[in-house]
Design a protein around this ligand. Structure first.
Ligand code: AHM
Ligand code: MG
Length: 347
C-alpha cells in the first residue's frame, strides 16, 4: 500500500488509512528502523484510547472531581489525571520499549521495574493537560515527548531527560475534544489522526499539517495582566491593536487547556502565550513545563512551519536543568512568534 499526495485528506479518512499503516509505511522508508518506535507509539495509542473512553464517560460514572491529593506541582489532582497517569505508566512499563519515564504528576524519574524488559527510549508526558476543565466537559489532552536513552547513562539517570528539545525523536498529543485526535511528528512533518469510535482506530484525517506564516488568533490568560512586566504587556497590546494579513483585528481565544488552544491555532493560525509572571512569586517563569509541555509542542510547531520561543531563545535550544523546569512560552505562527520576541527584546 502506498500513500501518495493525490490522496486528499478526506479520501484517506474514508478509505481508512490507520495510524498503524501510516507508521509501518514510515518505518519501511527508514532503512535503520527496528520497529521499536512503531511499537512504542502503538502502546501509547492504546493508553490514549483507554483515557478517551474514561473521558467520554465523565459525568456518568464517578470519575469527575479531585482525588484530594496535591501533585508535585502544588496542583489539585483530578481523578481523571490519576487515571490517565496510571494508564500510561502501566502500559509503558510493560512494553519492553522504554527504560524510564517522567510524568508531570510524579516528582522523580519513573524507572521501568527490574522484573520488566527494558528498551532504548525514554518518554516525558503530561497525562492530562488542562484537567482543571474536566468537570466542565471542555477539551483536554495528553502530551508526550520521546527521546532515545543516552548510551552512557543508566536507566534511572536524570540525564536521559535533561536534554535539548531538538534531540527529541518524536512528540505529539492526544486531544479529547468533540472527537479524539492524535497529532504527532517524528521529524518528517506533522500528521493528524482522528479516532473513529465505530472501528476503534485512529484514521489519517490531517496529512502534513502546516501553519500559515501569520495567524489571526492570540491566546493568553489576560486575567494575569497585573503580573506581567511592561514588555509582556506590549506584546499583548500589539496583538490587540494590530490587523492581521486579512486586514482584520486578531481574535482572542483562550480555552485554558494548552493542547486545545495550540491545536486550534495550529489549524487556524495563531499564537499561544504563557509568559513569565514576573510579579507573581509562584510563577516567575510562567506555568508550563519545558519537558512535557513546551518542548514537544515546539517540535510540532516547527515541523508545521511555526516557531516557539521563551522570549529570548528557541524552545528547542533550551537544555533542561530540572525535570519539572518551567519556561515562558510563545508558540504558533512564525511571524507572530518573531514579532513577540522582537517586542520582548526591545530596550
Ligand atoms: P496542567 O497541565 O496542570 O493542566 O496545566 C497546564 C494548563 C495549560 O493547559 C493551560 O493553558 C494553562 O494551564 C492554563 O493556566 P491558567 O489557568 O493559569 O491560564
Ligand atoms: Mg499540562
Amino acid at each position: 500500500m502506498q500513500i501518495t499526495n493525490s490522496f486528499a485528506d478526506n479520501q484517506s479518512y474514508r478509505l481508512g488509512t490507520t495510524i498503524t499503516e501510516h507508521l509501518l509505511l514510515c518505518q519501511d522508508q527508514c532503512p535503520d528502523a527496528s520497529g521499536q518506535f512503531t511499537r512504542l507509539l502503538s502502546e501509547l495509542i492504546i493508553s490514549a484510547k483507554l483515557i478517551s473512553r474514561e473521558v467520554n464517560k465523565a459525568g456518568l460514572v464517578d470519575i469527575l472531581g479531585g482525588t484530594g491529593d496535591i501533585n508535585v506541582q502544588g496542583e489539585k489532582v483530578q481523578k481523571l489525571d490519576d487515571f490517565a497517569n496510571q494508564a500510561i505508566i502501566w502500559r509503558m512499563e510493560r512494553s519492553g520499549l522504554l527504560c524510564a519515564m517522567s510524568s508531570e504528576e510524579n516528582a522523580d524519574v519513573i524507572e521501568v521495574p527490574d522484573n520488566m524488559p527494558k528498551g532504548g527510549y525514554v518518554i516525558a508526558f503530561d497525562p492530562l493537560d488542562g484537567s482543571s476543565n474536566v468537570d466542565a466537559n471542555a477539551s483536554i489532552g495528553t502530551i508526550f515527548s520521546i527521546h532515545r536513552k543516552l548510551d552512557k547513562e543508566g536507566c534511572g539517570s536524570m540525564d536521559n531527560f535533561l536534554r535539548y528539545g531538538y534531540e527529541q525523536v518524536a512528540a505529539g498529543y492526544f486531544l479529547y475534544g468533540s472527537s479524539t485526535m492524535l497529532v504527532y511528528t517524528a521529524g518528517k512533518g506533522v500528521h493528524g489522526f482522528t479516532l473513529d469510535p465505530s472501528v476503534g482506530e485512529f484514521l489519517l484525517s490531517h496529512q502534513n499539517i502546516t501553519m500559515p506564516e501569520r495567524g489571526k488568533i492570540y491566546s493568553i490568560n489576560e486575567g494575569y495582566t497585573e503580573y506581567w512586566d511592561e514588555r509582556t504587556r506590549a506584546v499583548v497590546n500589539y496583538f490587540k491593536s494590530s490587523k492581521n494579513d486579512r486586514g482584520k483585528p486578531y481574535t482572542a481565544r483562550y480555552i485554558g487547556a494548552m493542547v486545545a488552544d495550540f491545536h486550534r491555532n495550529l489549524l487556524y493560525g495563531g499564537i499561544y502565550m504563557y509568559p513569565a509572571d514576573s510579579q507573581d512569586p509562584h510563577k516567575p517563569n510562567g506555568k508550563l513545563r519545558l519537558l512535557c509541555e513546551a518542548a514537544p509542542l515546539a517540535f510540532i510547531a516547527e515541523q508545521a512551519g511555526g516557531a516557539a520561543t521563551d522570549g529570548t531563545q528557541r524552545i528547542l535550544d533550551i537544555k533542561a536543568k530540572e525535570l519539572h523546569e518551567r519556561v515562558p512560552l510563545y508558540i504558533g505562527c512564525k511571524a507572530d512568534v518573531e514579532k513577540a520576541m522582537e517586542i520582548l527584546q526591545e530596550k
